[in-house]
Design a protein around this ligand. Structure first.
Ligand SMILES: *[C@@H]1O[C@H](CO)[C@@H](O)[C@H](O)[C@H]1NC(C)=O
Ligand SMILES: *[C@@H]1O[C@H](CO)[C@@H](O)[C@H](O)[C@H]1NC(C)=O
Ligand SMILES: *[C@@H]1O[C@H](CO)[C@@H](O)[C@H](O)[C@H]1NC(C)=O
Ligand SMILES: *[C@@H]1O[C@H](CO)[C@@H](O)[C@H](O)[C@H]1NC(C)=O
Ligand SMILES: *[C@@H]1O[C@H](CO)[C@@H](O)[C@H](O)[C@H]1NC(C)=O
Ligand SMILES: *[C@@H]1O[C@H](CO)[C@@H](O)[C@H](O)[C@H]1NC(C)=O
Length: 713
């Protein structure tokens, strides 16, 4: 989110510089708004017994679903890596403005003050899903500090009056609501603080949209508006889980937030408005808020969130249009969104932020629970099982800011500042370090925002189906525990396609297992007590229902998977097996250095961090990258013994699965002298035809994933 460069290091205005007229206006407006609110709540409240559109699969509280198997291993590495140590040393977390009384100290990387909130949003579920005392103490300490600092008028966060804007609160509130679900001790303080905040919110919105339409900078407001549905999620949580006399005011806040937003995603995904190709990419583009990759990832779920309170069924189609067009015109094979700061086209050198991957995963998971369209769940798995892990080192102490579908090296381009558009990532040329792995390459937002990736995926991986059902919405190893049943799913999915369920229930339970749309019906089966049954997935949700009798039952679900070559632009393919993308193995040669501050990637680095594990990594390929393949020669080698997945599973060379394919090197130039250009039309083999290896994308830290097709007889 490079926009913040313009805002960074703006000192908080002191109380003495506050504009007087503004204050008087505000006070008058507050009084008027308070009277209005009173009228609304006491009189109109009786008439508005409104309800939210129910979920297709209602989410379970944080803690009801726990990770197991390989994904537990990945989350433990995360806890031992950068995610789990930011509170100890990362200045935007341990010295955040949020931890000081308003305007008195602390730092942030931009005036939207989102660093600590991002961290909190990911660390709450990480701490609770791992039952990690050290991390729980960190989130409790931060929650206590922030809630104690809530101002008398209800504001939560470090901003003095005229600095106030809503966006930075959004991830913090998502963290708070998860904390209240995970630990009932936190319910009262969290809900109480949110109520006071929502009361103030109503006054601010009724005061000309203060903090939403009127912000310290327009760009701050546009960010809040494009992301407002993520704030509405918290309001809906309050309505759903903690109904009270404040409900009418909460409905009013939802309406005000939405109606006041100048950027509404349903308006963007319209024929003639939506930009399939952005021919004049620039940070000054009038549609910049709609084009920024992270906003797009977050915005996918906007229509689904709005539908819950607007009861407008056209938003179901609007949701599909958003997802469909986004991936058709700006999608990467790994399931993320190509938006190198902003969307342009499908060029395979285009970058995508790590933040985009985790936000896209969360949006799609939310959408499946809300709307039940199978496609969203397939895509949620795709992005979390491919686009996210490829951007993390195996120890998860370092991450990329930008990944490219065709990125056979990840080196520092600081030396190449001569091109007017920068080295190759047009708008993110700021430091040239966008594709290196490190502490905060290019910008700190993904350092603090990446930890939500796996935890949010796990908390959305089961949902309630009807009164007596539990649905496995996102496949992978996990355990779920509710008053209906305890269910354990042992599996190496997506590395393997057999899922073993152990179900314990006293009354019997309906178990729904999701059948991915890419499954092969002929080889997919459900095995119960020695018998095998064909799958009958619901055409919309993809769910196959199994009525499990009381007591202990075991069920084996086998998903038939096969090699899939999906066509990409200009006679290229992306190759999948199940939900894993496979990339050309280009080898890996790694050098590392002290980590660099994001705004000085060319310097000597930070040499005094208390954690020597925090380093920056530069990677070269060691094998040819300019390879065309003949997809008719693809062969898959599975993992065999599914119990033996290595940890970390996404280390280069770790996953046992691979493919082989026949191909040859072709002439292929560089874009701006820095990165592989568009895939060339000429597929003449330069040398011998030989056999190449494709490996799971998440483990191919440098890679080629959009491969030119050549027909070899
Ligand atoms: C935050 O961590 C850094 C080490 O990276 C340390 O120097 C600093 O004192 C810490 N700040 C606070 C407020 O604890
Ligand atoms: C719940 O939160 C309270 C207050 O922070 C803490 O003392 C307690 O240990 C937490 N419970 C669990 C199970 O983590
Ligand atoms: C439903 O939403 C669509 C898309 O925003 C809008 O055009 C339509 O007017 C809405 N219908 C109602 C009844 O509000
Ligand atoms: C996706 O959009 C394309 C182009 O508008 C359209 O042809 C296709 O039918 C859409 N698919 C779905 C599932 O909506
Ligand atoms: C496909 O090739 C055309 C012609 O060279 C080029 O303009 C276009 O950008 C290419 N598209 C992609 C996604 O590579
Ligand atoms: C990558 O190759 C370049 C050019 O040969 C070299 O300068 C650099 O040190 C190499 N880096 C690694 C990590 O091998």
């Amino acid at each position: 989110m490079i926009v913040d460069w313009q805002l960074r290091a703006v000192a908080p205005p002191s109380h003495g510089t506050r504009k007087r007229g503004y204050l008087v206006d505000t006070m008058v407006a507050f009084a008027a708004a308070a009277a209005l609110t009173f009228l609304y709540v006491t009189v109109l409240g009786w008439a508005t017994k409104e309800t939210l559109v129910p979920w297709t699969f209602a989410p379970l509280p944080v803690g009801a679903i726990l990770p197991s198997g390989w994904i537990l291993g990945e989350m433990q590495i995360m806890a031992n890596g950068l995610a789990g140590h930011q509170h100890d040393f990362y200045i935007y977390v341990n010295d955040s403005r949020w931890l000081y009384p308003q305007g008195t100290g602390g730092i942030d990387y931009s005036t939207v003050n989102e660093a600590l909130p991002y961290w909190f949003n990911g660390l709450v579920p990480l701490a609770y899903l791992l039952d990690d005392t050290r991390l729980k103490n960190q989130v409790h300490s931060v929650a206590t500090t922030v809630l104690v600092l809530q101002t008398d008028d209800g504001w939560i966060g470090p901003e003095v009056l005229e600095e106030r804007n809503f966006w930075g609160r959004v991830p913090f509130f998502l963290g708070l609501t998860q904390l209240a679900e995970a630990n009932s001790t936190w319910e009262k303080p969290v809900v109480g603080a949110l109520r006071r905040f929502m009361h103030l919110t109503n006054q601010m919105l009724r005061n000309h949209g203060q903090g939403h339409l009127i912000c310290p900078a327009d760009v701050v407001c546009s960010w809040g508006q494009t992301r407002v549905h993520d704030l509405i999620i918290t309001i809906q949580w309050m309505l759903e889980k903690h109904p009270s006399a404040q409900d009418a005011l909460l409905w009013d806040n939802m309406d005000l937030f939405y109606e006041q937003s100048l950027f509404k995603w349903v308006d963007w995904y319209q024929p003639g408005v939506y930009l399939e190709v952005v021919s004049n990419p620039s940070l000054k583009h009038p549609d910049y808020p709609y084009l920024h990759g992270v906003n797009v990832g977050q915005g996918l779920k906007a229509a689904a969130v709005v539908r819950r309170f607007k009861h407008n069924e056209s938003l179901v189609d609007a949701s599909m249009r958003a997802v469909n067009w986004t991936f058709l015109y700006h999608g990467a094979p790994s399931g993320t969104i190509l938006g190198d700061e902003i969307q342009r086209d499908l060029a395979p050198y285009m970058g995508s932020e790590l933040c985009t991957a985790v936000e896209t995963g969360y949006s799609l998971a939310y959408m499946y629970l809300a709307l039940g369209t199978n496609y969203y769940a397939d895509r949620a798995e795709l992005v979390i099982y491919n686009a996210m892990p490829v951007m993390m080192t195996d120890d998860m102490w370092a991450h990329q800011y930008m990944d490219q579908p065709n990125g056979p090296w990840a080196t520092n381009n600081t030396q190449d500042f001569t091109h007017p558009h920068g080295p190759f990532l047009f708008t993110t040329a700021h430091s040239g370090a966008a594709t290196t792995f490190g502490l905060e390459p290019q910008y700190p937002c993904c350092t603090v925002n990446h930890p939500q990736g796996y935890p949010k995926f796990v908390t959305h991986s089961w949902g309630r189906a009807g009164n007596n059902g539990l649905a496995h919405t996102l496949l992978g190893p996990s355990k779920v525990s509710t008053e209906l049943a305890e269910i354990k799913c042992d599996t190496a999915y997506p590395f393997d396609h057999t899922l073993k369920y152990t179900v314990t229930s006293s009354q019997g339970v309906d178990l729904f297992v999701r059948v991915p749309s890419w499954h092969d019906p002929k080889t997919s089966t459900i095995g119960i007590g020695g018998s095998s049954f064909a799958l009958k997935p619901d055409p919309a949700t993809g769910m196959h229902k199994i009525s499990v009798p009381p007591g202990l039952a075991t069920i084996t679900y086998t998903i038939g998977a096969s090699i899939r070559s999906e066509p990409r632009a200009n006679n290229t393919v992306a190759v999948y097996f199940g939900n894993l993308l496979y990339a050309l193995d280009v080898g890996l040669s790694v050098k590392s250095s002290f980590p660099h501050p994001f705004n000085n990637a060319g310097g000597s680095g930070i040499n005094n961090l208390p954690y020597p594990q925090a380093r920056d990594y530069y990677i070269n390929n060691t094998k040819a990258w300019n390879v065309a393949i003949d997809p008719s020669t693809l062969a898959y080698k599975g993992i065999g013994d599914s119990s033996s997945l290595p940890t970390p599973v996404f280390e280069y060379g770790a996953p046992p699965n691979f493919m082989t394919v026949r191909g040859c090197e072709i002439a292929w130039g560089l874009h701006l002298g820095a990165t592989p250009d568009l895939v060339p039309e000429d597929r003449t083999c330069l040398g011998e035809v030989s056999t190449y290896k494709l490996i799971p994308y998440g483990s191919a830290k440098v890679h080629m994933s959009e491969l030119p097709i050549v027909r070899l007889s």
